[in-house]
Design a protein around this ligand. Structure first.
Ligand code: NAD
Ligand code: MG
Length: 391
């Protein structure tokens, strides 16, 4: 039996994780659930899985959640940072599913590692911000960080049974997002509604925008560098619009190993929770005859400058990936609120990165300071843009 905390239980990954848990009640037991949004859904999840602890963002939501539960409900309810930390280090838990979106996932994940919990990692921002610290802490405590991100789950599976010194390249596949075929001059007219409509994956809002700008792939390059301990030079991005190949690894003898499946996160989630065992998920196989062809093309770095910014930050290291991430979060938020346009997203990030004095080998406090600095710097740029007339 695995005893789980799910950080970010009401999100896209959280819901898929609970779906897997629900199918295998003899294998998994939920001890703690956390959420920020969708308190109604959290209440339903508590009724279904009876965790010992549930955590919401604010005191106001504690009252709301209690109002949705029966008076004799036994789940403890907490709120805020202390609550998220308590869920991450819960004494009855052995594995923490890290599925909060954005920088807010970092500290609870670090707390879980410090408490010796195994991590099923969806929150890629954790590794983008503090990959060196996270991986060295995990190594120190001999705990596993298993990827939930589909590409990294694929790479993890393609690396199994092979020697690291025989690795030639990691080929990180990307769908190309909804604007792969849109001419650059039409990018000005991209609205949040259009950007949220991803062609192959059903995901939360922030990662959907990241996929549309291709920042998601950039963040995944940095995630792969840390998870698999390789230089950015060994990571290549390949556009594969059908999202059937989830990523590939090539070796020095010219062999390429790929992992394939339908685009559904339940496979990667289940593997992170049960590997090396595979669970009978009843997932449909890809309909190869129906799909006809699997195609590949290089990414268009001019149309999608976020990818280049991420490669630059990946190479520079230190606090620069954290600044990239924080500025991106601010820019995505401003875009979703229609304060800036789609093409301003990379401009905001470029501005913050250009102004930043990189700290090499930063401690966690320096990372958190860089995050705050980048948010302020990006915020000022966004405010000036709005004052000049906005979108
Ligand atoms: P989502 O927006 O659907 O869900 C996020 C969850 O985190 C929700 O439960 C929300 O209430 C909670 N949350 C949001 N802000 C919070 C805060 N400040 N403090 C505490 N909790 C907060 O996001 P998602 O699509 O499930 O993505 C979660 C993470 O997984 C992201 O890092 C994303 O990059 C990664 N990921 C997602 C997918 C996918 O298919 N959705 C695939 C690969 C990786
Ligand atoms: Mg991914």
């Amino acid at each position: 039996m695995r005893y789980l905390t799910i950080l970010g239980a009401t999100g896209s990954i959280g819901k898929n994780t609970l779906n897997v848990v629900d199918q295998f009640p003899d294998l998994f037991s939920v001890k703690a659930l956390t959420a920020r949004n969708n308190i109604d859904l959290l209440a339903e999840q508590i009724k279904r899985f009876s965790p010992e602890l549930a955590v919401v963002y604010s005191e106001k939501d504690v009252c709301r959640l209690k109002g949705l539960l029966a008076p004799d409900n036994h789940t403890d309810i907490m709120s805020g940072k202390d609550g998220y930390r308590a869920a991450a280090v819960h004494q009855d838990v052995d594995t923490v599913v890290s599925a909060i979106v954005g920088a807010a996932g970092l500290l609870p994940t670090l707390s879980a590692i410090a408490a010796g919990k195994h991590i099923a990692l969806a929150n890629k921002e954790t590794l983008v911000m503090a990959g060196d610290i996270v991986m060295s802490q995990a190594k120190l405590r001999n705990i596993s960080i298993l990827p939930v991100d589909s590409e990294h789950s694929a790479i993890f599976q393609c690396l199994a049974g092979n020697r690291k010194q025989d690795l030639k390249k990691i080929l990180l596949t990307a769908s190309g997002g909804p604007f792969r075929n849109l001419p650059a001059h039409q990018f000005k007219s991209i609205t949040p509604e259009k950007a949220l409509a991803h062609p192959t994956w059903d995901m939360g809002e922030k990662i959907s925008i990241d996929s549309a700008t291709m920042m998601n792939k950039g963040l995944e390059v940095i995630e792969a560098k840390h998870l698999f301990d390789v230089s950015h030079q060994k990571i290549e991005v390949v556009i594969h619009p059908q999202s059937i190949i989830h990523s590939m690894v090539s070796y020095i003898d010219g062999t390429v190993i790929a992992q394939l499946g339908t685009p559904d996160m339940k496979g990667a989630i289940a593997y992170a929770l049960s590997c090396p065992k595979r669970l009978p998920l009843n997932q449909p196989l890809p309909d190869f005859s129906g799909i006809g062809a699997l195609t590949f093309e290089p990414p268009d770095m001019k149309k999608f400058p976020c990818l280049g910014l991420a490669f630059f930050a990946c190479e520079a290291g230190g606090t620069l990936p954290c600044v990239l991430n924080a500025a991106n979060e601010e820019a995505v938020d401003a875009f979703l609120n229609k304060h800036i346009g789609f093409i301003q997203i990379p401009e905001v990030i470029d501005h913050a990165m250009g102004k930043h004095n990189v700290v090499t080998a930063p401690e966690i406090d320096e990372i958190l300071l860089a995050d705050q600095w980048a948010r302020k710097t990006a915020g000022k740029w966004i405010d000036r843009f709005r004052e000049k007339g906005g979108v």
